[in-house]
Design a binder for this molecule. Structure first.
Ligand code: GRF
Length: 190
Protein backbone atom coordinates (compact mmCIF):
# COMPACT_ATOMS: atom_id res chain seq x y z
CA UNK A 1 0.00 0.00 0.00
CA UNK A 2 1.36 3.43 -0.85
CA UNK A 3 2.15 5.82 1.97
CA UNK A 4 -0.11 8.69 2.99
CA UNK A 5 1.11 11.97 1.49
CA UNK A 6 1.04 14.99 3.78
CA UNK A 7 1.90 18.69 3.81
CA UNK A 8 3.20 20.83 6.66
CA UNK A 9 2.01 24.47 6.80
CA UNK A 10 4.26 26.98 8.60
CA UNK A 11 4.76 30.75 8.72
CA UNK A 12 7.90 31.30 10.74
CA UNK A 13 10.89 29.61 12.34
CA UNK A 14 9.87 26.06 11.63
CA UNK A 15 11.28 24.29 14.68
CA UNK A 16 8.24 21.99 14.69
CA UNK A 17 8.65 21.31 10.98
CA UNK A 18 12.26 20.36 11.70
CA UNK A 19 11.22 18.08 14.57
CA UNK A 20 8.71 16.35 12.28
CA UNK A 21 11.28 15.94 9.49
CA UNK A 22 13.85 14.45 11.87
CA UNK A 23 11.36 11.62 12.44
CA UNK A 24 10.26 11.32 8.82
CA UNK A 25 11.42 7.73 8.39
CA UNK A 26 9.05 6.48 11.08
CA UNK A 27 6.13 8.90 10.70
CA UNK A 28 4.06 6.54 8.55
CA UNK A 29 3.50 9.27 5.97
CA UNK A 30 5.61 11.23 3.51
CA UNK A 31 5.89 14.99 3.95
CA UNK A 32 5.85 15.95 0.29
CA UNK A 33 5.27 19.71 0.58
CA UNK A 34 5.88 22.65 2.88
CA UNK A 35 3.31 25.42 2.46
CA UNK A 36 4.35 28.86 3.66
CA UNK A 37 2.45 32.16 3.59
CA UNK A 38 5.52 34.29 4.42
CA UNK A 39 8.04 34.67 1.61
CA UNK A 40 11.48 34.71 3.26
CA UNK A 41 10.44 32.83 6.44
CA UNK A 42 13.21 30.84 8.13
CA UNK A 43 11.26 27.59 7.73
CA UNK A 44 11.97 27.71 3.96
CA UNK A 45 15.70 27.16 4.51
CA UNK A 46 14.85 24.19 6.71
CA UNK A 47 12.70 22.75 3.91
CA UNK A 48 15.66 23.07 1.53
CA UNK A 49 17.89 21.31 4.04
CA UNK A 50 15.51 18.35 4.15
CA UNK A 51 14.85 18.47 0.39
CA UNK A 52 11.14 19.14 0.88
CA UNK A 53 9.53 21.10 -2.00
CA UNK A 54 7.83 24.34 -0.99
CA UNK A 55 4.76 26.23 -2.06
CA UNK A 56 5.13 29.86 -0.98
CA UNK A 57 2.37 32.39 -1.43
CA UNK A 58 1.67 35.95 -0.35
CA UNK A 59 -1.96 36.21 0.77
CA UNK A 60 -1.99 39.97 0.08
CA UNK A 61 -1.69 39.27 -3.65
CA UNK A 62 -5.02 37.39 -3.65
CA UNK A 63 -8.45 39.02 -3.63
CA UNK A 64 -9.73 36.95 -0.68
CA UNK A 65 -9.06 34.04 1.68
CA UNK A 66 -11.30 31.87 -0.49
CA UNK A 67 -9.17 32.77 -3.54
CA UNK A 68 -5.82 31.73 -2.03
CA UNK A 69 -7.33 28.68 -0.38
CA UNK A 70 -8.80 27.58 -3.70
CA UNK A 71 -5.30 27.75 -5.19
CA UNK A 72 -3.90 25.84 -2.20
CA UNK A 73 -6.49 23.07 -2.59
CA UNK A 74 -5.47 22.71 -6.26
CA UNK A 75 -1.76 22.49 -5.37
CA UNK A 76 -2.43 19.93 -2.64
CA UNK A 77 -4.70 17.81 -4.83
CA UNK A 78 -2.15 17.89 -7.66
CA UNK A 79 0.28 16.17 -5.30
CA UNK A 80 -2.31 13.72 -3.90
CA UNK A 81 -1.92 15.14 -0.42
CA UNK A 82 -4.52 13.90 2.04
CA UNK A 83 -3.31 15.21 5.43
CA UNK A 84 -2.21 18.69 6.57
CA UNK A 85 -0.13 19.38 9.68
CA UNK A 86 -0.16 23.00 10.79
CA UNK A 87 3.08 23.91 12.56
CA UNK A 88 3.09 27.59 13.41
CA UNK A 89 0.86 28.54 10.46
CA UNK A 90 -0.49 31.89 11.60
CA UNK A 91 -3.74 31.94 9.61
CA UNK A 92 -7.23 30.77 10.34
CA UNK A 93 -8.25 28.00 7.97
CA UNK A 94 -11.40 28.88 6.01
CA UNK A 95 -14.14 26.61 4.73
CA UNK A 96 -12.62 26.42 1.21
CA UNK A 97 -9.61 24.51 2.56
CA UNK A 98 -11.36 22.84 5.45
CA UNK A 99 -14.14 21.13 3.47
CA UNK A 100 -11.97 18.88 1.24
CA UNK A 101 -9.65 18.01 4.17
CA UNK A 102 -12.23 17.65 6.94
CA UNK A 103 -10.84 15.60 9.85
CA UNK A 104 -7.40 15.58 8.25
CA UNK A 105 -6.04 18.98 9.33
CA UNK A 106 -4.12 18.93 12.60
CA UNK A 107 -2.63 21.81 14.59
CA UNK A 108 -0.23 22.20 17.50
CA UNK A 109 -0.92 24.93 20.04
CA UNK A 110 1.26 26.00 22.98
CA UNK A 111 -1.31 25.84 25.81
CA UNK A 112 -3.70 23.39 27.40
CA UNK A 113 -6.74 24.20 25.28
CA UNK A 114 -9.44 25.37 25.81
CA UNK A 115 -7.28 27.68 27.98
CA UNK A 116 -5.36 30.42 26.19
CA UNK A 117 -6.37 30.12 22.54
CA UNK A 118 -5.01 32.71 20.12
CA UNK A 119 -1.69 34.09 18.98
CA UNK A 120 0.17 34.63 22.27
CA UNK A 121 -0.77 31.57 24.27
CA UNK A 122 2.54 31.36 26.15
CA UNK A 123 2.54 35.07 27.06
CA UNK A 124 -1.13 34.92 28.06
CA UNK A 125 -0.61 31.89 30.32
CA UNK A 126 2.48 33.46 31.87
CA UNK A 127 0.66 36.75 32.41
CA UNK A 128 -2.29 34.98 34.04
CA UNK A 129 0.08 33.46 36.61
CA UNK A 130 -1.02 29.84 36.08
CA UNK A 131 1.10 27.10 37.64
CA UNK A 132 0.52 24.71 34.78
CA UNK A 133 0.27 25.20 31.05
CA UNK A 134 1.26 22.90 28.19
CA UNK A 135 0.79 21.81 24.62
CA UNK A 136 -2.25 20.62 22.68
CA UNK A 137 -2.44 18.77 19.38
CA UNK A 138 -5.94 19.03 17.93
CA UNK A 139 -8.01 18.74 14.79
CA UNK A 140 -8.95 21.99 13.10
CA UNK A 141 -12.50 23.22 12.79
CA UNK A 142 -13.96 26.61 11.81
CA UNK A 143 -13.08 28.24 15.14
CA UNK A 144 -9.81 29.57 16.56
CA UNK A 145 -8.06 26.71 18.38
CA UNK A 146 -11.37 24.99 19.10
CA UNK A 147 -11.30 21.65 17.24
CA UNK A 148 -11.38 18.20 18.90
CA UNK A 149 -8.33 17.55 21.08
CA UNK A 150 -6.14 14.58 20.14
CA UNK A 151 -3.40 14.78 22.77
CA UNK A 152 -2.19 17.18 25.49
CA UNK A 153 0.90 17.39 27.63
CA UNK A 154 1.38 19.61 30.68
CA UNK A 155 4.33 21.91 31.27
CA UNK A 156 4.79 23.46 34.74
CA UNK A 157 5.39 27.19 35.22
CA UNK A 158 8.04 27.67 37.92
CA UNK A 159 8.00 30.54 40.45
CA UNK A 160 11.21 32.03 39.02
CA UNK A 161 10.29 31.40 35.37
CA UNK A 162 10.66 33.84 32.49
CA UNK A 163 8.58 33.75 29.32
CA UNK A 164 11.73 32.77 27.41
CA UNK A 165 12.51 29.80 29.67
CA UNK A 166 8.87 28.70 29.62
CA UNK A 167 8.78 28.94 25.83
CA UNK A 168 11.90 26.80 25.58
CA UNK A 169 10.37 24.07 27.75
CA UNK A 170 7.06 24.23 25.87
CA UNK A 171 8.81 23.93 22.53
CA UNK A 172 10.88 20.97 23.73
CA UNK A 173 7.60 19.21 24.57
CA UNK A 174 6.10 20.21 21.19
CA UNK A 175 9.04 18.72 19.30
CA UNK A 176 8.55 15.34 20.92
CA UNK A 177 4.73 15.38 20.99
CA UNK A 178 3.91 16.40 17.40
CA UNK A 179 5.83 13.64 15.58
CA UNK A 180 4.51 11.11 18.12
CA UNK A 181 0.88 12.13 17.50
CA UNK A 182 1.40 12.06 13.72
CA UNK A 183 2.67 8.48 14.04
CA UNK A 184 -0.41 7.53 16.11
CA UNK A 185 -2.74 9.09 13.55
CA UNK A 186 -1.02 7.35 10.66
CA UNK A 187 -1.13 4.00 12.47
CA UNK A 188 -4.86 4.34 12.92
CA UNK A 189 -5.20 5.12 9.18
CA UNK A 190 -4.02 1.61 8.24
C1 GRF B 1 4.68 26.76 18.10
O1 GRF B 1 4.83 27.13 19.45
C2 GRF B 1 3.30 26.24 17.84
O2 GRF B 1 2.71 25.65 18.95
C3 GRF B 1 2.55 27.49 17.49
O3 GRF B 1 3.46 28.28 16.76
C4 GRF B 1 4.79 27.96 17.19
C5 GRF B 1 5.60 27.68 15.95
O4 GRF B 1 6.95 27.53 16.23
N1 GRF B 1 1.34 27.16 16.75
P1 GRF B 1 7.96 26.97 15.12
O5 GRF B 1 7.82 27.86 13.88
O6 GRF B 1 7.58 25.55 14.83
O7 GRF B 1 9.32 27.10 15.73
Amino acid sequence: MSKVRAAVFASGTGSNFEAIMKEHKTLGCDIVLLVCDKPGAAVLKKADKFGVPTYVFDPTTFSSKAAYEEKLVKELQKLNISWIFLAGYMRIIGSTLLAPFAGRIVNIHPSLLPDFPGKDAIGDAFGAGVKMTGVTVHFIDEGIDTGPIIEQESVPVFPNDTIEKLKERIQAVEHELYPRVIKQLMNSED
